[in-house]
Each structure stands twice: as C-alpha cells, then as structure tokens.
Design a protein around this ligand. Structure first.
Ligand code: FES
Ligand SMILES: [Fe+2]
Length: 380
C-alpha cells in the first residue's frame, strides 16, 4: 500500500460509524503535501475564526496580520462595520498597513495611493486624471467577514455555507455565558514549533493535565462530563473544577466575580469548545479565554490568545491587579504546554505511519475533531 493509500485508510478509520476513537494519522502532523491539501480542503472552504470583534471599536482602528500566507488587515469603517481586506495595494502590490493602529484613510507607503476605510480608492496622484483611468476600478480586495456571538469569522473561498449553518446549535449551548457582554482585555500572538492541530488538540484534552501541569493547574480539573452531542462544526465538553480553572492553584484568592446568569451547574466549572477548524476557547465562571491556531507550515503554527471578562468586572477597582493573576495563569500553563507540544512534534516528525487511540472521556473533543477533519480531507 502506498503512503497515500495508508493515509486515506487511516482517515476512513476515523470516520467509521462504530469509531473507537482512532487518532488522526501521524503523517498529517508533519507532511508538507498534507498541509497543502489542508489549505485547499479546509482553510479555503470553511469559515475560520479571527477572535473577538470588540478589540477594534473606533472608526479607523485596524490590525494587520498574516494568515495562510496572505497579508490581510481588519479595519472599522465610518459606518461602524468591521471589514477584512487584502493588505495589498492595487497599484503595484505594496503592503499597506503594519501591526495595529488607527487612521483616517489608508495611504500606501510606496507611491501614495490612498483608500477610504471602505476600501474605495480615493486618490492616485498624477494618474487619476488620465482619460482611461477610472478610480472606481481599483478598490481593495475584500474578503467575507461575519460576526457571531461576538466572534469574528472570515471565509477565503467561493460559495461558503452560511456561517449560522456551519455553527448549528452553538449559540444555544453557549447561551448561559452571555458572550456579547464580554470585553477583550488582553490579546497576544506567538509562534509554536508544532502542527496547528496539535496545538488545538492539547487545549481540548484533559489527559495531559496531571503530567504536564502537575503543580500549576493540573489539580484544579476534575474528570470531565461526557462530551455534548453537538449539531454543527464544533465540539464541546464541560468539566467541573475545584475553584476556578482560570487561575493557578496558588492564586485562587484573586478570583473575580462569577458571570451573572450562569446557572448553578455552569458555575462549578469550565466549558471547553472547539469551533472547527482553528478557534477554541474555555468558558469559565468569570472569564473566557480563546486561542486561534493557524498553520505557518506543516510543523509550525501561529497562535493568538485573547482573554475576556464581563464589562462589569472590568470596571471593578481591583480589576487591574487581579486580572494580572489571570494573565499569569494563561502564560504559565501555556509555557508548560509549549514544552510538551514541541517535544511531541519532534517525535511526530518523519515518524512511521502510525495512528493512535484516544481515551474516550479525556480526549473527547479531539476525537470529534478527528472525525470532522477526516470528512473534509476525504471529500476533496
Ligand atoms: S504600490 Fe501602492 S502606491 Fe504604488
Ligand atoms: Fe495544557
């Protein structure tokens, strides 16, 4: 059997009706040709998560970034709509914006072509009075962008499924956390030397907690409940915690107020959800923390982390001080995860054509993702 046939057979095993929880083929975590197929079969065909919409609130506020090899920027226009554009000048292709900031109009650093916040070209010196040049013919290229429950989603392909259909019953399941009321208080970006799926896997499983986080957060998490049966391209599993999962074991004294309206049971723990393919979050009693993981290549990913609190919490006098303990918990646990992930990637690289097995309760979301991934990769 060729390597390709082995890969296909292993994916089919993930899809079997009586799936016993086979992992994705190891080769999907390091092989370049599979990464290229993912770009085509997944990232060009699905809505992908871009974090929270509240981080750009003012007219003209923008954020430039790279995704799947494309230079892009988000910007809030004069009608208060967020837009996603190719960060590419229509004159000769220069990159228009860097990092983040605020502007009245988008002016190209190369020869000065200038665009309105809605992407229309409004000035092109010396050329705009040429008889065969119509300024209306050169707007920026805009990509589809939608908001749902305060999250942003982009689509880079043709004929997308409606976002609301892709997400199915996501809104109902997460309704107790009142996402729309949340404010992003910190966002940071970093690179990890592992496949993008491995990053999202580890965030969604309980199996590693005691060995990777023995003294930071490992003892906070009790065994999770059976995962929810979801209708939509996402997985979700709730688990009780002793104290809050959003603080280190040693820092529980800094707990901020619980979210208003959470029922008795949801107040007892954290819901871990994974919106396929690239965005995942933990909805705790008092905070929401989110990761987007996107491939740079087969063995490296770029990660964006956000943390949000209810607006009323951010107004408390002790919020500036106590929120630092939350940021520290995220950073400390992440540092431990990164060591484990980069070690895992070393083992995966050029590995034999293996396929592992999941622990059904402790790796439930990862198992759901594997089934979904196999469907996407076998459909093309
Ligand atoms: S490349 Fe932008 S104005 Fe020339
Ligand atoms: Fe972890």
């Amino acid at each position: 059997m060729s390597d390709f046939e082995t890969f296909q057979e292993q994916l089919k095993r993930c899809r079997r009706e009586n799936n016993k929880g086979y992992s994705l083929p190891f080769v999907s975590y390091w092989e370049d040709s599979i990464f290229k197929q993912e770009l085509f079969s997944i990232f060009n065909k699905q809505w992908v998560g871009l974090g929270r919409s509240d981080r750009l609130l003012e007219t003209g506020e923008y954020e430039a970034f790279e995704l799947y090899g494309k230079a892009l920027f988000l910007i809030r226009d004069k009608e208060n709509a967020l837009r996603l554009f190719a960060n590419t000048c229509r004159h000769r292709g220069a990159k228009l914006l860097e990092n983040s900031g605020q502007c009245q109009a988008i002016s190209c650093p190369f020869h000065g072509w200038t665009y309105a916040l809605n992407g229309n070209l409004i000035a092109a010196k010396f050329i705009d009075d040429e008889s065969d040049f119509d300024i209306c013919d050169y707007p920026l290229h805009e990509y589809r962008l939608e908001q749902y429950c305060g999250f942003l989603f982009a689509h880079f392909g043709n004929n997308p499924l409606k976002l609301v259909n892709q997400l199915g019953d996501f809104k109902d399941l997460h309704q107790p956390w009142n996402f729309k009321d949340l404010v992003t208080t910190r966002r940071r970006t970093f690179e990890v030397g592992c496949n993008w799926k491995a990053f999202l896997d580890v965030f969604n499983e309980y199996y590693h907690l005691n060995s990777v986080h023995p003294s930071s957060i490992g003892n906070l998490y009790l065994d999770p409940e059976t995962a929810d049966i979801t209708a939509g391209c996402y997985a979700s599993q709730f688990g009780r915690t002793s104290g809050t999962g959003a603080l280190l074991e040693s820092q529980q004294v800094n707990a901020l107020p619980e979210m208003v309206g959470l029922g008795e049971s949801w107040r007892q723990g954290t819901r871990y959800s994974w919106i396929f393919p690239n965005m995942t979050f933990a909805a705790g009693q008092e905070a929401l923390w989110i990761y987007e993981a996107n491939p740079i290549d087969a063995q490296r990913c770029q990660v964006r982390q956000s943390i949000c609190f209810p607006r009323s919490t951010t107004l408390l006098n002790d919020f500036p001080e106590k929120s630092q303990a939350y940021y520290q918990r995220l950073d400390d646990a992440m540092a431990e995860d990164v060591v484990a992930l980069e070690n895992q990637q070393q083992g995966l690289k050029n590995s034999p054509p293996f396929q592992g097995r999941f622990c059904p309760l402790m790796e439930a979301n990862v198992s759901s993702f594997s089934l979904w991934y196999a469907d996407q990769m076998l459909m093309c």
